[in-house]
Design a protein around this ligand. Structure first.
Ligand code: IPE
Ligand code: IPE
Ligand code: MG
Ligand code: MG
Length: 326
């Protein structure tokens, strides 16, 4: 499983020397033999993951001629921040599997999971400080605040997400913001002008939205063996993502979806039936089409950035977001 996640055919290609350096930086933040906190975090880091965020940061930084050493710290910091959010996300979601290994919350206490997540945030902060750029630290902490606030807004809502507008607001905050950081922060380590820096941010945001839509599609269409994490979970937790929302647009009176929006539980048999109905409807295809639109927008904005050898690799990564047959 881990091997499979690490050898994604499309995501293997970017600058391997730099990626190795990022891995070394990540590993240097934890001492697996020291405290239990370190060991737990080290295990999750070494379990792999697609590393799409550091790849985007390195390649965008290359395209913008960012200062190389700070760029490595930035890429590692963002991956560490992502890892921290996953630890807390799995606790909140009650998920049992991540990157093909048992989650912390599945085998230790909630308290330990919160603390290991917090510890990962401190390591991310240390890494971003290593960029030596106050502007990068500022963008990093703002992104963190947006991600956390997005999740809080979602929790505080009296009813669940019931339309596209609410959905886009949510995924923009929790996922696209981090992608925007991946492509926007490298601009702060380079000499490019404000207009190009803004394009770099918009590029990341657009593909981040597409990335989360595809994650939500895969939750309906894939399985744990391929994803390294449980599937079929979103609706089960009462969360309507884009496929379910598109289905709702076509069946506005569906009583079971209404119950879920009102945060009520559904019997397992009804849930399974609903998941099957959504799978068999055109809603999955509809959601993939929406993701393709964001990919298209992202590629257009990428076209506004300077040309360079990294462009081709960036385009490959962007296409892999919707092409992956996971
Ligand atoms: C999972 O991110 C969380 C989402 C934003 C959907 P990834 O799919 O990038 O997870 P890893 O890093 O590859 O495990
Ligand atoms: C992404 O959403 C959550 C974070 C921003 C950490 P999901 O809840 O869909 O991510 P997975 O599916 O658990 O990876
Ligand atoms: Mg989750
Ligand atoms: Mg998901």
């Amino acid at each position: 499983m881990e091997t499979m996640l690490n050898t994604h055919p499309v995501l293997m290609n970017p600058p391997s020397v730099q990626l190795d350096q990022v891995e070394a930086l990540l590993a240097s933040q934890v001492d697996a033999n020291r405290f239990p906190l370190d060991a737990a975090l080290a295990q999750l880091i070494s379990a792999g993951g697609k590393r799409i965020r550091p790849r985007l940061a390195l390649l965008t930084g290359g395209l913008l001629a960012a200062d190389p050493a700070p760029l490595l710290h930035l890429a590692a910091a963002i991956e560490m921040l992502h890892t921290a959010t996953l630890i807390h996300d799995d606790l909140v979601d009650g998920a049992s599997l991540r990157r093909g290994v048992e989650t912390l919350n599945a085998h230790t206490s909630a308290a330990a999971s919160v603390l290991v997540g917090d510890f990962a945030f401190t390591r991310a902060a240390r890494l971003v400080l290593g960029t030596g750029s106050l502007a990068a630290v500022d963008m990093f902490t703002e992104a963190m605040a947006t991600v956390v606030n997005g999740e809080l807004v979602q929790l505080a809502r009296p009813r669940g997400i019931a339309n596209r507008e609410e959905y886009f607001e949510w995924i923009g905050a929790k996922t696209a913001t981090l992608f925007e950081l991946c492509t926007g922060a490298p601009a702060l380590l380079s000499r490019i002008d404000a207009e190009a820096a803004s394009s770099a941010r918009r590029f990341g945001y657009a593909i981040g939205v597409a990335f989360q839509i595809m994650d939500d599609v895969l939750d309906f269409t894939s399985d744990a063996a391929h994803l390294g994490k449980p599937s079929g979970q979103d609706l089960r937790q009462g969360i309507l993502t884009l496929p379910a929302l598109i289905y709702l647009e076509a069946h506005p009176d569906n009583p079971n979806l209404r119950l879920l929006i009102n945060r009520q539980r559904l019997p397992e048999a009804e849930l399974n039936q609903l998941v099957n109905s959504i799978r068999q409807s055109g809603s999955i295809e509809g959601a993939v089409n929406v993701a393709s639109g964001f990919i298209h927008d992202g590629l257009n904005v990428l076209g506004e950035l300077p040309d360079g050898p990294e462009r081709f690799e960036l385009e490959n990564i962007v296409h892999s977001i919707i092409d992956k047959n996971l």
